[in-house]
Design a protein around this ligand. Structure first.
Ligand code: NDP
Ligand code: OXD
Length: 312
């Protein structure tokens, strides 16, 4: 088979949101689904979100796997993933824009005391609450990559004092940068609002824990839009209940959907959103898939490749 087939695997979204875009761009492609995958050795491309462990290893002719998200933790966690097969993730301006909107909305929410104002409204209490000016508020971005840097640019335009923490050194105009384990503590000590945009890897799992919260200034707020595995939920609840942290916005959880019995749903200092900070745009994603398949057909490497040694 000249082109090989493309398989949608465990994508967790209705197929009809995605396939028409691909059909328009690459009508020649033989598109298969999990219900009817056909012969495994005909599949050259696979689109996956949370594939069942072992399912990608069972496709012997794979040329590229496309992650439907920017985060690839659910794919690289599969020890049987065939590491000679490139894994391409989502890096797209529409995703960066959505995440930026989410981060800006929540930074403003905690900075401008919207949570407290809403509580007062529920009590019909007319009370003004002063907030500092943006240039007095220090926003720290834990994970200063594609999404973190996009959010920082928008926050900078609002005059916030920005810092970013990454694995390797970075330079960004108007942003104080820190890196590596030695840079974490000084980064945390000056973050009034902490935004987590890290990938979930063995090195970042559980990073939002009691020790990290204790390093933040008293009254700090935390926004986690990365992965639930970054957060130790009980430690967050304790830091909020003790009053060391003022509030938290959580978009992602160790168990999704968040179980009804989880205390975070009703915690008075927590805002919960249902993993909706930034959704992959079907048209943009399929354009990336079609472009990459053309590149591979021309003998060029796929774009936005995951480094398996780093895990992101
Ligand atoms: P990137 O890979 O572009 O950025 C990740 C950043 O984290 C990089 O700056 C990297 O450092 C840093 N980092 C990774 N590991 C460490 C470590 N051990 N110590 C210090 N810094 C580290 O990812 P994106 O910005 O594209 O995405 C970030 C995450 O956002 C995704 O992995 C995903 O989990 C989450 N996400 C959530 C969404 C939602 O709707 N809630 C939507 C989309 C993404 P360096 O630059 O040096 O490599
Ligand atoms: C992603 C996500 O990783 O939506 O893109 O969580």
């Amino acid at each position: 088979m000249a082109n090989g087939a493309l398989l949608f695997q465990s994508i967790g979204y209705p197929l009809e949101l995605w396939t028409p875009h691909l059909a328009r761009l690459r009508p020649d492609l033989d598109v298969r689904t999990e219900d009817n995958p056909g012969r495994a050795d005909e599949i050259h491309y696979c689109i996956a979100w949370k594939p069942k462990p072992g399912s990608l290893a069972a496709l012997p002719a794979l040329k590229v796997v496309f992650s439907m998200g920017a985060g690839v933790d659910a794919i690289v966690a599969d020890a049987t993933y065939p590491r000679h097969v490139p894994l391409s993730r989502v890096v797209d301006p529409t995703l960066s824009q959505s995440m930026t909107e989410y981060v800006v909305m929540n930074v403003l929410y905690w900075h401008r005391r919207m949570h407290d104002l809403q509580s007062l409204q529920r009590l019909r209490k007319w009370r003004q609450i002063a907030s500092p000016r943006a240039e007095q508020v220090r926003v720290g971005i834990l994970g200063f990559g594609v999404l973190g840097q996009a959010a920082a640019t928008a926050l900078k335009a609002l005059n916030y004092r920005l810092s970013g923490w990454s694995q390797t050194p970075k330079q960004a105009p108007g942003v104080t940068t820190f890196h590596g384990s030695e840079g974490l503590e000084p980064f945390l000590r000056q973050a009034d609002i902490l935004v987590c945009l890290l990938p979930l890897t063995p090195g970042t799992h559980g990073i939002l824990d009691a020790r990290l919260f204790a390093s933040l200034p008293p009254g700090a707020c935390v926004i986690n839009a990365a992965r639930g595995g970054h957060l130790v939920e009980d430690d967050l609840i304790r830091a909020l209940d003790k009053g060391h942290l003022r509030g938290a916005t959580l978009d992602v959880f160790a168990t999704e959907p968040l179980p009804e019995t989880n205390p975070l749903w009703v915690h008075p200092k927590v805002v919960v959103t249902p993993h909706s900070a930034a959704a992959t745009d079907p048209a943009a994603f399929m354009a990336h898939v079609a472009r990459t398949i053309t590149r591979v057909d021309e003998g060029l490497p796929p774009e936005n490749l995951v480094d398996f040694a780093r895990g992101y």
